[in-house]
Design a protein around this ligand. Structure first.
Ligand code: 5RP
Length: 221
């Protein structure tokens, strides 16, 4: 069942020179999760942050750390991100040939497990993996950079993911990430998403705007 809409600001769009302050600001402004994009310069053409940064941010908020690993191969990093204070660890369906094992590794750490799908990847593997999942992430841009345009073909995939979650009867967040803004959020929510990652749309205008921006994304203003 679709849950109330929640917002997970991607700190990719925060001011990296004061990340702790930015995390406290989105917390105070009412974010639900803190979305942390980890990029390895191999699976995606960008490099961002590692487990030490996640660990250093942990004392700044009690909010859920939703850590999106755009990393391949990823298995050897799971424990480090779990130890750093992640609450949800999301890996990509494309990150290796043994995704089932990777999800087992996440579950073994005691953390929640998410599975992400690039725009060109079908959801078929959910036939065999959905019982292991706490979160499904539909990427609505090709991962690697913030500030890209939403890919409309992903609306159909969000609808399909919603159908699969409802049939499973499990409590699984349906997250959408990439180009989610005031214009695209209503379409994404109508398609069935209940957890919106928003980088540019949350952080635009500076800290005074964060609460207003997130309310608008939830459709509250
Ligand atoms: O995972 C990501 C890119 O790979 C980012 O989370 C995503 O692009 C969010 O940025 P924006 O809201 O600015 O589109």
């Amino acid at each position: 069942m679709q849950k109330p809409v929640r917002i997970a600001p991607s700190i990719l769009s925060a001011d990296f020179s004061k990340l702790g302050e930015e995390v406290r600001a989105i917390d105070a402004a009412g974010c639900d999760y803190v979305h942390i994009d980890v990029m390895d310069g191999h699976f995606v053409p960008n490099i961002t942050i590692g487990p030490d940064v996640v660990k250093s941010l942990r004392p700044h908020t009690q909010k859920i750390f939703d850590v999106h690993l755009m990393v391949a191969p990823v298995d050897s990093y799971i424990q480090a991100f779990a130890d750093a204070g992640s609450d949800i660890i999301t890996v990509h369906a494309e990150s290796g040939p043994h995704v089932h094992r990777t999800l087992q590794m996440i579950k073994a750490t005691g953390k929640k497990a998410g599975l992400s799908f690039n725009p060109g990847t079908p959801l078929d593997c959910l036939d065999y993996l959905i019982d292991m999942l706490d979160l499904i992430l539909v990427m609505s841009v090709n991962p690697g950079f913030g500030g890209q345009s939403f890919i409309p073909s992903q609306l159909k995939k969000i609808e399909e993911a919603r159908r699969r979650i409802d049939v499973s009867g499990r409590e699984i967040d349906l997250q959408v990430d990439g180009g989610v803004n005031m214009e695209t959020a209503p379409q994404v929510i109508t398609a069935g998403a209940d957890l919106l990652v928003a980088g540019s749309a949350t952080f635009k205008g500076g800290p005074d705007q964060y609460a207003t921006n997130m309310k608008a994304l939830r459709g509250e203003s």
